[in-house]
Design a protein. Structure first.
Ligand code: FES
Ligand code: FES
Lengths: 132, 132
DNA sequence: ATTAAATGATACTATAATTGTATCAATTGT
DNA sequence: ACAATTGATACAATTATAGTATCATTTAAT
């Protein structure tokens, strides 16, 4: 069971790399070489980050991607949400047979509690905090 | 992202059902009808629980499965481990490029912390506690 | 003994999610 | 005009999850 999938991982690493080197703009070609990630896959990822306004792209000959936000304002939960959807641990798999009343179900309560905790923790991590 | 997969879910429900009805022994046929789960799949699951000494099986004509342990001693983490492997959130996906020192890596610390918390919480749930 | 109903073991298949690749169009600096 | 880039999107490969099938073995009842 993974909390962070490959695309999220690549995204984080790329964002960290871009943040650190204050050079500003990078093309996918450059980044994929630099970070050792498959170029087309990384490209798809950066395009997604662009759509979500985490990165900003410029097209044309010397195009590329730059940060669109302060790295202190890019949260781990944001990136996870983009590539893995909303973190949702408490989907109710167990049916009525053991859960005569969902409102009192201990398992459900636990899962909700765990989810809240995980989200809170992940929300305390930003790209900026990963750089130090 | 799911914390609990289908097989874990079925296992939990079956264990709860068996625990509750103190009838003792149940065949897969009976259980799958009772719980509305696909028979061959449930069978595989119960066989796994048998191997792990959570259930105890008897073969032959009136064979079936009974609980091998006190439901207060069957923990949610046990069942998850059997079907999903050891819960391990902190697999280090991010490589050295952003993690010059794993011992000080903030992300890693967070994931370890989260994992510990999740395990602690899951360990507080038993089959017995789900019945109430 | 024979048979029916069960589990043990294990191989197989189907579906879904993850992890990619490929392609064509549009943009832009030279 | 051309080369190097991104935008959009369809396609393909791999892996994980979910489920089926089958044959051998055990046991109770006849
Ligand atoms: S398992 Fe979902 S309400 Fe109990
Ligand atoms: S991400 Fe693994 S040590 Fe930092």
């Amino acid at each position: 069971m993974k909390l962070i999938t490959r695309d999220t991982d690549y995204a984080l690493r790329a964002l960290c790399f871009i943040s650190r080197s204050n050079a500003g703009k990078f093309s996918v070609t450059k980044l994929s070489k630099e970070l050792g990630m498959p170029r087309p896959f990384l490209r798809k990822i950066l395009q997604a980050l662009n759509k979500q306004k985490i990165l900003e792209s410029t097209r044309g000959k010397v195009g590329g991607f730059i940060l669109a936000k302060d790295p202190r304002k890019i949260f781990l939960t944001d990136i996870i949400r983009i590539f893995q959807g909303r973190l949702k641990l408490n989907e109710c798999l167990l049916n009525k047979l053991i859960c005569p009343d969902q409102r009192t179900c201990l398992l459900r309560k636990m899962l909700v509690k765990i989810e809240r905790y995980v989200l809170k923790e992940l929300d305390s991590i930003t790209i900026a905090s990963l750089l130090k």
